[in-house]
Design a protein around this ligand. Structure first.
Ligand code: ACM
Ligand code: ZN
Length: 719
C-alpha cells in the first residue's frame, strides 16, 4: 500500500497520471523501447489459462497457444500467486509480453490492459499484425472486489445472444459481476425443470397467457426464457471473461408473474371488490402458507445447482405489506409469534428462504429493505438501491454492502431533462457517476470496510417500447455511464472529470465504436442569438440538425440564420454513437389554456380530473378501458397552436395507457373528425385550425392494469 501511495505521489508530481475511461492502472512505467507484435509470436500460457489464451486469440492473430514452452518472441500468460486475486502485472519488453495474474481473473484484467495499448480496431477483431507498441510495465489490482452491473431480463425479455454481447462489453471494462434480474411481476425467465409451467406459462405475457400484459405488446403473446442449458453456456462464457453471473429470484414481492401461474401462493383474502377489470394486485407470497416453502425449495434448489455463485439474490424489495396485513393466515402467524409489524414477517420469510440457500451451500443477497430491522442474517450481502442513506444504514449495521443508490447508479434514468428514460431517482449522466465519492457521501472508514463495491442497473420496463430487438436503447442508457462506474469501482487514481473526459473522447470513444456500442455522446452546445444558431461539439463529432417541416437530417456546417428557432433541433454523431437533441428554449415552450377533462371510465378519488385539467399533474380513471371508452379534453376557448400532445400513461412507460385507440378533433365541441391512431397511448396533433375539443377513443378491451392514467395536455403555441 505504501509503495502504491509513493508511486501515486510521484506520478501526481510528474503529472503523468492517465485518466483511463476503463479502469486506471495504479502503476504504469512506460519505457523508451518498443515491441512489435507479429503473427509469428507464440502465445504461451499455464495450462489453466488456455481459455484466456483462446480469448486473446479472438482479438490478436497470434500463433496457437502452447503450454509447454516459454519462449522469447512470445506473449506469455501465467499465474503468479504473489499477486492479488484480480491483480496483474503486464510487462511489455522488446521481445516479449508477459501477463501475470494472481488468478485467471487477474490474467484476464491484464489482457484487457494489453488490449488498451493496441489500436481501437482490436475490439472489432481487426487489428492487423504487425503492430508496434511502447514498452511498459503495468502493475495493478482493483480496489473493490465487486464491480457489477444488473440487467433486468424480466420486464423486457433480453435473450442469450444479447446477454452474451453484453458480457463482452462489461468484460472490456473490468466489470466482474453480472446480476441477472430473472423474475419480476411481468416475467419468469429461467427454466425450473421440476416446474416447467413457470417458464412455459410465466415466460410469456399477453395474448392467451394468464399473465397480464401490463407493459407493451398487448395482443401479442410476448416473452421468452433461458433454458438451463443456455444459462450454463452463459455462465461459462462469462467465467472466462472474469464475470460471475449472480441470479436474482425476486421474493417475496414482485411476484405477480408466478402468482398468475400459481395463484395458491398468494395470501388468503378476497381480491379487491373495486372494479379492476379482472386485474389482481396481489404480488407477494403468503408467509403463512407452509406449502410455499416446498415450492421455493424446488425453485431455489435448482437455482443453487445451476449457478456457481456464492450468493443467490432473493430480492426483498418493495413488498406490499398490506397483503399480509389483510391475510387472516399471516395475521394469525404474526399473533402466534408476537410480531408487532409485518416487517418481521418479511424477516421470517427471508430467513426461511435463507435456510433453503444454506442447505445448498449458498448465501443470500438481498435489496436493502430486507435489512431494515437489522434482524436479517449477517451472512447476507446487501444491495443498497434506495438511497445513499440506505447504504450507510446497511454498512453501519455491519452488512457487506453493494453501493448502488438509484440517483447515481440506475442507468434507466434519463440523462438530461428532455431525453428518454425515467426520472424518479434523478436525471444524470456519466459525469455524476464518475463523481460518486463514498468518503464525501459520509461513509466512515469503518463503514467503507463493509463496502464490497458498486453496481449499476438497467431496469427494463421502458425498454419494451424502444425496439428491444436492437441494442440501441440499452447501449445508449448504459454507455458511457458504465465506463464511469468501471472507473470508480476499479478505484484507480482520479485525475478529475476534465482529464477523464479528454481520455474518454480522445481514446475510448473509438474503442467503444470498435466494440459496436451505440453509446451516448454528450450534447453539443447550442446558442441562439441575434437570429443565428451557433453549435459546437467539444468532442470532434459531426453536428446535424432536423428542421420541422423539412424531411431528413441535415449536416450543420456553420452558423445558421433563422427567425424561427423553435423549428430546429441539433444533435451530434460519431462512429456508432449519437447525442440527444438540443433545441432553443422556444422549442419547449408550452401554453396552458383552460381545459376540462372527463372520461367514460370514471374518476379516481385519489387522482381526480382536476389534477390534469389544471395542469398540476396526472389523473386516473376508476377502471381499465373497454372498446369505445373515451377521454375528452374540452377547451374553454378554441385553442390555436402548432402542436398538441395528448398522453395516457406515464412518460416512457407503456403501462396504464389506452393500449390501442384513435383521436378525434372538434372545432365546435359537437362535430368530431378522426385525426390519427394512438401510439403507445399517445398522439401528437398539428392542428391547422382552432381546437375546441379532442377525444381519445379506446379500441381495446383491457389495458392490463386497473386504470388509465391521464396527463395534462402539452400544447405548443404558434410562434
Ligand atoms: C428496486 O429497484 N426495486 C430494487
Ligand atoms: Zn398470507
Amino acid at each position: 500500500m505504501k509503495h502504491r501511495l509513493l508511486f501515486l505521489l510521484a506520478a501526481v508530481l510528474l503529472g503523468t497520471l492517465p485518466a483511463h475511461p476503463q479502469p486506471t492502472p495504479a502503476h504504469a512505467a512506460p519505457r523508451p523501447e518498443h515491441c512489435t507484435l507479429t503473427p509469428q509470436m507464440w502465445l504461451c500460457c499455464d495450462r489453466a489459462l488456455l481459455p484466456q489464451a483462446d480469448y486473446l486469440r479472438r482479438y490478436l492473430d497470434l500463433a496457437p497457444a502452447d503450454c509447454s514452452m516459454s519462449a522469447d518472441e512470445a506473449v506469455v500468460l501465467r499465474l503468479d500467486p504473489a499477486l492479488a486475486a484480480e491483480g496483474y502485472r503486464l510487462s511489455v519488453s522488446p521481445q516479449r509480453i508477459e501477463i501475470a495474474g494472481g488468478t485467471a481473473g487477474g490474467v484476464f484484467c491484464g489482457i484487457q490492459a494489453l488490449l488498451r495499448l493496441l489500436p481501437a480496431e482490436v475490439y472489432a477483431g481487426q487489428c492487423e499484425l504487425p503492430v508496434t507498441i511502447a514498452c511498459t510495465e503495468i502493475e495493478d489490482a482493483p480496489r473493490y472486489a465487486y464491480r457489477g452491473m444488473m440487467l433486468d431480463v424480466a420486464r423486457t425479455w433480453i435473450g442469450p445472444d444479447a446477454v452474451e454481447r453484453y458480457i463482452d462489453l462489461l468484460a472490456y471494462h473490468n466489470i466482474n459481476k453480472l446480476h441477472l434480474h430473472l423474475t419480476d411481476d411481468e416475467g419468469w425467465r429461467i427454466e425450473i425443470r421440476s416446474h416447467p409451467e413457470l417458464t412455459e406459462v410465466g415466460g410469456f405475457r399477453g395474448g392467451d397467457s394468464p399473465v397480464r400484459a401490463v407493459y407493451g405488446k398487448w395482443d401479442e403473446k410476448y416473452g421468452g426464457y433461458f433454458t438451463q442449458e443456455e444459462m450454463r453456456e452463459l455462465i461459462d462464457y462469462a467465467a472466462v471473461r472474469n464475470i460471475e453471473i449472480i441470479p436474482e429470484i425476486d421474493l417475496p414481492g414482485h411476484s405477480r408473474n408466478i402468482a398468475s401461474v400459481h395463484p395458491e401462493i398468494r395470501c388468503n383474502y378476497p381480491p379487491d371488490t373495486l372494479s379492476t377489470n379482472g386485474y389482481d394486485y396481489r404480488s407477494a407470497w403468503c408467509v403463512a402458507r407452509e406449502e410455499n416453502y416446498a415450492l421455493l425449495e424446488d425453485i431455489l434448489g435448482e437455482i443453487c445447482e445451476l449457478f456457481p455463485s456464492e450468493y443467490i439474490h432473493v430480492g426483498g424489495d418493495e413488498v406490499d405489506l398490506s397483503q399480509w396485513e389483510r391475510c387472516p393466515d399471516c395475521r394469525a402467524l404474526m399473533a402466534a409469534r408476537g410480531m408487532a409489524t409485518p416487517h418481521e414477517l418479511e424477516d421470517l420469510f427471508m430467513e426461511r428462504v435463507t435456510a433453503i440457500l444454506r442447505a445448498h451451500g449458498k448465501r443470500p443477497a438481498v435489496w436493502n429493505e430486507a435489512v431494515r430491522t437489522g434482524e436479517f442474517t449477517h451472512e447476507s450481502r446487501v444491495y443498497g438501491w434506495e438511497s445513499t442513506a440506505a447504504c450507510l444504514d446497511a454498512t453501519s449495521k455491519g452488512y457487506r454492502t453493494i453501493v448502488m443508490p438509484g440517483e447515481y447508479f440506475y442507468f434507466d434514468m434519463r440523462q438530461s431533462p428532455h431525453e428518454d428514460g425515467h426520472d424518479w431517482a434523478a436525471i444524470f449522466d456519466a459525469r455524476k457517476v464518475y463523481g460518486f465519492d463514498p468518503a464525501a457521501q459520509g461513509f466512515t472508514a469503518e463503514q467503507l470496510r463493509h463496502v464490497e463495491g458498486f453496481e449499476g442497473t438497467f431496469f427494463s420496463e421502458a425498454y419494451v417500447s424502444h425496439e428491444p430487438e436492437k441494442p440501441d436503447y440499452l447501449d445508449y442508457m448504459c454507455f458511457p455511464r458504465i465506463c464511469a462506474l468501471a472507473h470508480i469501482a476499479w478505484g484507480g487514481p482520479s485525475a478529475g472529470w476534465d482529464a477523464y473526459y479528454r481520455e474518454l473522447v480522445g481514446r475510448h470513444y473509438d474503442r467503444m465504436t470498435a466494440m459496436g456500442i451505440r453509446f451516448r455522446l454528450f450534447p453539443p452546445t447550442v446558442t441562439y442569438a441575434g437570429g443565428t444558431f451557433r453549435v459546437t461539439a467539444d468532442d470532434g463529432s459531426e453536428v446535424w440538425y432536423i428542421e420541422e417541416g423539412r424531411p431528413g437530417e441535415h449536416r450543420y456546417t456553420g452558423p445558421l440564420a433563422t427567425a424561427r428557432p423553435h423549428l430546429y433541433r441539433f444533435f451530434t454523431r460519431r462512429g456508432t454513437s449519437r447525442s440527444p437533441y438540443v433545441a432553443d428554449r422556444s422549442y419547449y415552450r408550452t401554453i396552458r389554456p383552460a381545459v376540462e377533462i372527463t372520461t367514460s371510465m370514471g374518476e379516481s378519488s385519489q387522482f381526480p380530473y382536476t389534477n390534469a385539467s389544471t395542469y398540476r399533474g396526472l389523473s386516473r380513471t376508476r377502471r381499465a378501458c373497454r372498446q369505445q371508452d373515451w377521454v375528452l379534453y374540452t377547451f374553454r376557448e378554441p385553442v390555436t397552436c402548432r402542436e398538441m400532445y395528448l398522453q395516457t400513461g406515464n412518460r416512457q412507460l407503456p403501462k396504464t395507457i389506452l393500449t390501442t385507440g384513435y383521436a378525434e378533433v372538434s372545432g365546435d365541441g359537437v362535430h368530431f373528425e378522426r385525426a390519427g391512431e394512438l401510439e403507445q397511448g399517445s398522439i401528437t396533433l398539428h392542428p391547422d385550425r382552432p381546437v375546441k375539443a379532442v377525444r381519445l377513443v379506446s379500441t381495446c378491451d383491457d389495458n392490463g392494469t386497473p386504470y388509465v392514467t391521464i396527463q395534462p395536455p402539452q400544447i405548443k403555441p404558434v410562434l
